[in-house]
Design a protein around this ligand. Structure first.
Ligand code: FE2
Ligand code: FE2
Length: 367
C-alpha cells in the first residue's frame, strides 16, 4: 500500500479507481485520491476484475456506451461500490446515464481535486453501503429500488419538462404517488431513505427524500389516503423550480456563496410560475411550491410571509424539507443523524410550527 506523506489521515485498505480517457489531466486528482487509498487509472473500455477496489471516480463521455464497458463490468461485479461522476456535459441525458450507473454524486468536471477526494472520503465513511446491503438481504430492496426508480423517472420527466417547456403536466406527477406511498408503507422510511440517499444526485435525492418523509408524516398524522397522496404530490413538485437553476450551482461540491445563494433562492418563484403556466394545480400545491421557504417569524422567502399567512400544508412540507436538507448527503459533509437533525429543528422555535416538529420527530424516529 502506498503511504502518501501529505495526508493526515491513514490510507485505507484497498484501492480506488479513476476511469478516464485523459489521465494527463487528472494528476492532481490521482494525488488527492491517493491520500485516501492507492489510486489506479483505468481505461473504462477495458474490462478488469474488481480486485480490492473500494470506490471509483469516472471522467468519461457518458453518451459513448462502448467506452463504458469496463466501468459497467466493475459495477456488475461490485454493485455497492461508492462512485462519483465528473460530468463533462451537464445535459439531462448525461445525468440520466450517470444516475442509471448508480452515481452517488455527479459533479462538474472542473470541480477541484481536493473537493472530489473529500466527497469520496465522505461516501467511504458513510455506513450506507452496508445498510443498503443488509436491506437487500432482507428482501425489501427490490420493492424500494423499483419504487425509487419509478419515482425517479417521474421526477426526471417533471424536471425535463420544466426545463424544456417551462411547464409540467399535472398528470405526470400522479405516477409518482403510488410507488412512494407503497414503498414507504411496505418497507418503512429507513429503507427508503437509505436507498434514495445512496443512489441519486442532489436534486433527485432531495425531492425523493422529501416525498418519502411527507408520506411518513402523513401516515403519522392519520391522514386519509387522499390526503396522503396530496402531501406526497406537494412534496414531489415542491422544488420543481430547481429545473431552472444552473446545474453547477445545484451540484456544487461546497457551500454556496452569496451570489449563488441568491440565484438558488429564485427556485421558489420559478417553480410557482412553472405550475401556473401549466395550469391544473390547486391553490394548496401552488402555495407549497412558492412558500416552502417561508418561516413563521417572517424571515423566510420569497414573500416574507409570517404566522397564519402560511397554510398548514406549507408548514408540513417545510418541516420535511428542512429535515431532508439536514440528513441528506452533501459532498462536503456527512449526513446528520436523526436525533441531531431533530435537535436543530427544535432550536428553530418561532420559525417552525413546534407542534408539527414534535409529531414529525415521532414519525421519523419510528422509521
Ligand atoms: Fe426549496
Ligand atoms: Fe426542498
Amino acid at each position: 500500500m502506498s503511504s502518501p506523506a501529505a495526508s493526515s489521515k491513514a490510507p485505507r485498505l484497498g484501492t480506488l479507481v479513476l476511469f478516464t480517457d485523459r489521465p494527463g489531466q487528472h494528476l492532481d486528482l490521482v494525488r488527492a485520491l491517493g491520500e485516501i487509498a492507492p489510486c489506479h487509472v483505468r481505461d473504462a473500455a477495458a474490462v478488469a476484475p474488481a480486485g480490492d477496489c473500494i470506490g471509483f471516480v469516472a471522467d468519461l463521455d457518458l453518451l459513448q456506451p462502448l467506452q463504458l464497458r469496463g466501468l459497467r463490468a466493475l459495477i456488475a461485479e461490485a454493485p455497492h461500490l461508492p462512485r462519483l461522476f465528473l460530468m463533462r456535459d451537464l445535459g439531462e441525458r448525461s445525468l440520466s446515464v450517470a444516475r442509471s450507473l448508480g452515481a452517488c454524486l455527479s459533479l462538474p468536471v472542473d470541480t477541484p481535486a481536493d473537493q472530489v477526494a473529500e466527497a469520496m472520503r465522505a461516501h467511504l465513511e458513510s455506513p450506507l453501503p452496508d445498510l443498503v446491503r443488509s436491506t437487500r438481504q432482507q428482501g425489501r430492496s427490490a420493492v424500494i429500488a423499483q419504487a425509487a426508480d419509478e419515482a425517479g423517472a417521474v421526477l426526471a420527466g417533471m424536471l425535463d419538462s420544466a426545463r424544456l417547456t417551462g411547464k409540467v403536466d399535472p398528470m405526470l406527477v400522479e405516477h409518482g404517488l403510488d410507488p412512494i406511498l407503497g414503498a414507504v408503507g411496505e418497507a418503512g422510511l429507513g429503507a427508503w431513505l437509505d436507498t434514495v440517499r445512496a443512489y441519486d444526485d442532489a436534486t433527485y435525492q432531495h425531492c425523493l427524500l422529501v416525498a418519502g418523509l411527507a408520506a411518513t408524516f402523513a401516515i403519522e398524522l392519520g391522514f386519509s389516503r387522499r390526503d396522503r397522496e396530496h402531501l406526497v404530490r406537494a412534496a414531489l413538485v415542491h422544488d420543481v423550480g430547481k429545473a431552472r437553476i444552473p446545474i453547477a450551482i445545484l451540484n456544487k461540491a461546497g457551500p454556496l456563496d452569496a451570489e449563488e445563494r441568491a440565484i438558488m433562492r429564485t427556485h421558489a418563484e420559478l417553480g410557482h410560475a412553472i405550475l401556473v403556466e401549466a395550469g391544473g394545480y390547486d391553490d394548496s400545491i401552488l402555495a407549497v411550491v412558492r412558500h416552502h421557504h417561508e418561516l413563521l417569524d417572517g424571515s423566510g422567502y420569497p414573500d416574507g410571509l409570517s404566522g397564519d399567512a402560511i397554510p398548514d400544508i406549507v408548514r408540513l412540507i417545510t418541516v420535511c424539507d428542512i429535515y431532508a436538507a439536514l440528513v441528506e448527503h452533501r459532498p462536503y459533509r456527512a449526513p446528520m443523524p436523526t436525533e441531531e437533525a431533530l435537535a436543530v429543528m427544535r432550536g428553530m422555535e418561532g420559525k417552525l410550527d413546534m407542534a408539527l416538529v414534535h409529531s414529525f420527530g415521532r414519525a421519523v424516529s419510528q422509521g
